[in-house]
Design a protein around this ligand. Structure first.
Ligand code: SF4
Ligand code: SF4
Ligand code: SF4
Length: 469
């Protein structure tokens, strides 16, 4: 359990760095003089950015670093330090002119209790929301945003598959939900835009993976989903729809805080393109001051420290309260926190749209859970979807088989992902959809989570494990 953390105010990384743009922040700031040169961090670094000889103080090549924080979470000496918005967020919570919104991620909810003496995996739900409200936050569940992401990302997958596999020019379908209110939306896609969006589609919700692709494999970028991550969907929605329609506050007063298991999310929020709420509101003449979609990011460790400074223990609140407004979400949003979860949610979505039916109940033969990564670095599966009548008539096909792959952690120097990427670039990949999470096991083991004695090294040994089918 981390008793006390040091905080480092946000500052842009050195502008001379070649792989960062002006204003971007690095989540991992430095290796301190507590480093004894044990080399553990280097064996967990997916890019080779961590440098140094055994017995000497290590250092980071920031141009190579993807901010995943696996070095930090695995350092036995607490020598690696993250940037922190904690002091700034504390001030905003005291400021009567600010409307502070917490965008709280699913992996935080299963980790925060560790900081208050409970075993790893203890689930907090409404007790975490109530504790955040006590601290002065309003809630925008990141799970709610993950549901938005999966509808967008699932729609994009259907578009790519319909264009490249089924040879269609357009496709129409309905998206619907029943909770908290029943709604149906008709979607009609002109598939000509998918000419430039080839298969396989890669997920894009992990900012460390996106940065890895940008820095190391830029030619793969047309394969990445164009969808923003849940954090970056939540920020602008909170500042536009949330501010104007739900909370009825001036959007300029809304200060959004991603509460994430992740140090790369600090970097993601600072990317220059993520100011879409400001642009949209400015075009409507509703705001003047420029602001970002997500103003600050706290890691799970930061949040625990914030609670401690305010004398709040989330475990002292009831855990069965009814959700309200942006606290609603589905199981699809919840499983984003685990490796394979985004894949499973996208497959369920694609299944229901392409078959026109609800996915079958989970059984031994039919189990989407099998696509989760868990302890294997790469998992692949085949999912056969019976096509609905309109698609059968149009294509002459009865069913469609999707080949999917989950990369569970980029691995030491890209060990788990290089083969997958080389196959895609060579045009020999059999996959339609590939999920990549930079951290082993997904965000549950993110670089912003509570530090455990074994770090994540037990789940991601340096030696390669076999591919699971
Ligand atoms: S794991 Fe920590 S102590 Fe060991 S070399 Fe890396 S920074 Fe230094
Ligand atoms: S482990 Fe991740 S955060 Fe640490 S140096 Fe390597 S790439 Fe950067
Ligand atoms: S797997 Fe999750 S915690 Fe790790 S870098 Fe990606 S988004 Fe962050």
């Amino acid at each position: 359990m981390v008793e006390k953390i040091r905080t480092f105010p946000p500052s842009p990384v050195n502008e001379k760095l070649r792989t960062y743009r002006k204003g971007e922040l690095a989540g991992i700031v430095r290796v301190s003089d507590r480093c004894v040169g044990c080399d553990t961090c280097r064996t967990q670094c997916p890019t080779g950015a961590m440098m140094g000889e055994i017995g000497t103080r290590h250092y980071i090549d920031y141009d190579m670093c993807i901010n995943c924080g696996q070095c930090l979470i695995n350092c036995p000496f607490g020598a690696i330090e993250q940037m922190s918005f904690l002091d700034e967020v504390m001030k905003k919570l005291e400021d009567k002119n600010s409307f502070v919104v917490a965008i709280v991620a699913p992996a935080v909810r299963v980790a925060i209790a560790e900081e208050f003496g409970k075993p790893p995996g203890t689930l907090t739900v409404s007790n975490l929301h109530l504790a955040l409200k006590k601290a002065g936050f309003h809630i925008y569940e990141n799970n709610f945003a993950a549901d938005q992401t999966i509808m967008e990302e699932g729609t994009e997958l259907i578009g790519r598959v319909a264009y490249w596999e089924l040879g269609l020019k357009e496709i129409e379908f309905e998206i619907k939900d029943v909770r908290p209110i029943s709604w149906v939306k008709k979607v009609k896609l002109d598939l000509s835009e998918f000419k430039n969006k080839p298969l396989p589609q890669f997920t894009s919700c992990c900012p460390a993976w996106v940065r890895y692709a940008e820095v190391y494999y830029p030619e793969i970028l047309p394969h990445l989903s164009s969808c923003k991550s849940p954090q970056q969907m939540a920020g602008p929605t909170a500042k536009t729809y949330g501010a104007l329609k739900v909370w009825k506050v001036n959007p300029e007063k809304v200060y959004t805080v991603g509460i994430m298991p992740c140090t790369a999310k600090i970097y993601e929020a600072s990317r220059p393109e993520f100011d879409s709420a400001w642009k949209w509101l400015k075009d409507k003449g509703l705001v003047t001051t420029k602001f970002r979609d997500v103003d600050a990011v706290l890691t799970t460790r930061d949040l625990a420290e914030l609670f401690r400074r305010k004398g709040i223990n989330p475990l002292n609140f009831p855990n069965n309260e009814e959700p309200e407004n942006f606290e609603w979400y589905s199981g699809g949003g919840t499983i984003f926190g685990t490796s394979g979860g985004v894949m499973e949610a996208a497959l369920r979505f694609a299944w229901s749209v392409l078959s026109g039916q609800e996915p079958p109940a989970i059984s031994e033969d039919w189990n989407f859970v099998k696509v989760r990564g868990y302890t294997h670095p790469r998992v692949e599966a085949k999912v056969t979807i019976p096509l609905k009548k309109e698609l059968r008539n149009e294509t002459g096909l009865d069913e469609l088989t999707l080949n999917v792959c989950v990369v569970n952690g980029i691995g030491y120097r890209g060990l788990h992902i290089k083969e997958v990427l080389e196959e895609v670039l060579a045009g020999t990949s059999k996959y339609h959809f590939i999920e990549v999470m930079a951290c082993p096991g997904g965000c549950l083991n993110g670089g912003g989570q509570p530090v455990e004695p074994m770090g994540t090294s037990w789940i991601d040994p340096v030696l390669p494990l076999p591919l699971v089918r």
